[in-house]
Design a protein around this ligand. Structure first.
Ligand code: UGA
Length: 437
């Protein structure tokens, strides 16, 4: 006889909410998920998933009988005590997090004494305290999200850690949330609410700092003829540094890093503290996206009238997410310099064309490269490693490639006939940089 598991409510079925709902259902919990958009709820009820996340569709199908999607908050409140709030908190014009959707949810729960609000949405430190002050009857637990797009299901099932923040009086609610994650095996860290909120922001800001740091090292490597891949490996072998997130490239993007780094900087600024380091992390990232233009000009001279192919548009592989993708800045910059831009992405093309109206979308990488004066590898989709690059060189007007993710083998590309530019690395037989005066 199987025991009935604790029902879980999910509010907001975007990417985080949908992964959370599907994974709790997989763990055997009845899940009721609510969204305000009827068309989204109807599509999900029919089993249609609008986002590209490996494994998610299978999980939803396999657990369909444990999953209910609804627009009705009353239904959710009647069936679940633990309510995971997964609405988005996009940046406002000021760079602060927009809490209007979180506030709208809290309004709907007002006066309720039986439920536990579990905050998964990324919110500024202090949000939990202000909600608790407003709603003294509501138990409040902060349980920040650490999933990565593209590996979210795997990350949920194998967490490095689960952070559960609760203030005095809400320990029982925090125990109930901790119990949901117990079987997954990751360390469960119990903190107060403000610390849990800060752990999320500080983690993303630190990861973004690692990326901007290695990108600056890459830029220096270019000047001194060093190879950033070897440098990162050598640094990372020091246990205190670690190899992860030291891949140089054309900058970080996505719905989280740009937003959360800015939100933490603003949060600090609003308290009167100037977070100098994060200001630089953001600036380095913006400049890194633009350095590609200089690399192309080195080979092509003026970009006016030049045809440039972008390979990959999504902010990283295995997702069709275009939010804050480096390709958006790059396409606009290239067009600003007078280039004609053609692009190919195996998954994100449809989403991308809504944002990049004046960019021509090609149906395959080879067709994007046809007649192009140069190509930029923007997203490291595995199929680009498999491409017949010698054939591609023959079809391009000029075989120039900027590998924005250091994804391809430079020597192989040179052999295929390319002028290859990586980020902080050169092909072995590239001319040595001019000696310093
Ligand atoms: C990020 C965090 O990694 C998650 O832990 C967090 O839960 C999530 O934000 C969130 O706040 O919801 P995600 O945005 O899915 O996850 O993407 P990442 O895999 O972290 O990559 C972010 C960007 O950094 C991508 O554009 C990627 O290309 C870039 N990156 C990553 C680098 O340029 N170099 C690296 O070494 C690693």
């Amino acid at each position: 006889m199987s025991e009935q598991r604790e029902p879980v409510g999910v509010i907001g079925v975007g990417w985080v909410g949908l992964v959370t709902a599907a994974c709790f259902a997989e763990l055997g919990h009845p899940v009721i998920a609510r969204d305000i958009l009827p068309e989204k709820v109807e599509a999900l009820s029919r089993g249609e998933v609008a986002i590209h996340e490996p494994g998610l569709e299978d999980l939803l199908r396999r657990n369909a009988e444990r999953l209910t999607f609804t627009t009705d908050m009353g239904e959710l409140l009647a069936q679940a005590r633990l309510l995971f709030v997964c609405v988005d908190t996009p940046p406002t014009y000021s760079g602060d997090a927009d809490l209007s959707r979180v506030r709208a949810v809290v309004q709907e729960l007002s006066g309720d004494g039986d439920h536990v609000l579990v905050m998964k949405s990324t919110v500024p430190a202090g949000t939990g305290e202000s909600i608790r002050r407003e709603m003294p009857n509501l138990a409040y637990v902060s349980c920040p999200e650490f999933l990565k797009e593209g590996t979210a299901v795997k990350d949920f099932m194998n967490p490095d850690r689960v952070v559960i923040g609760a203030d005095p009086g809400d320990e029982g609610a925090a125990d109930a949330v901790a119990a949901l994650y117990q079987s997954l095996g990751g360390e469960i860290l119990r903190t107060d609410v403000a610390s849990a909120e800060m752990i999320k922001l500080a983690s993303n800001a630190f990861l973004a700092t690692k990326i901007s740091f290695i990108n600056e090292i890459a830029n220096v490597c270019e000047e001194v003829g060093a190879d950033v891949g070897q440098v990162a490996k050598g640094m990372g072998l020091d246990e205190r540094i670690g190899t992860a997130f030291l891949r140089a490239g054309i900058g970080y993007g996505g719905s989280c890093f740009p937003k959360d780094v800015s939100a933490l900087k603003m949060l600090a600024g609003n308290t009167g503290y100037h977070f100098q380091l994060l200001t630089s992390v953001i600036e380095v990232n913006e400049l890194q996206q633009r350095r590609v233009v200089g690399k192309l000009e080195k080979h092509l001279g003026s970009l006016i009238g030049k045809r440039v192919a972008l390979l990959g548009l999504a902010f990283k592989p295995d997702t069709d997410d275009m939010r804050e993708a480096s390709s958006l800045v790059l396409a606009a910059r290239l067009q600003g310099e007078g280039a004609e831009v053609v692009a190919y992405d195996p998954v994100a093309a449809e989403r991308a064309s809504e944002l990049l109206g004046s960019v021509e979308m090609a149906p395959s990488a080879m067709e994007a490269l046809e007649g192009a004066d140069a190509a930029v590898l923007v997203t490291e989709w595995p199929e680009f490693a498999e491409l017949d690059w010698a054939a591609a060189a023959g079809r391009m007007a000029r075989p120039v490639l900027v590998d924005g993710r250091n994804f391809l083998d430079p020597d192989k590309l040179v052999k295929a006939g390319f002028d290859y530019e990586g980020i902080g690395r050169q092909p072995r037989d590239a001319p040595a940089p001019a000696a310093a005066e």
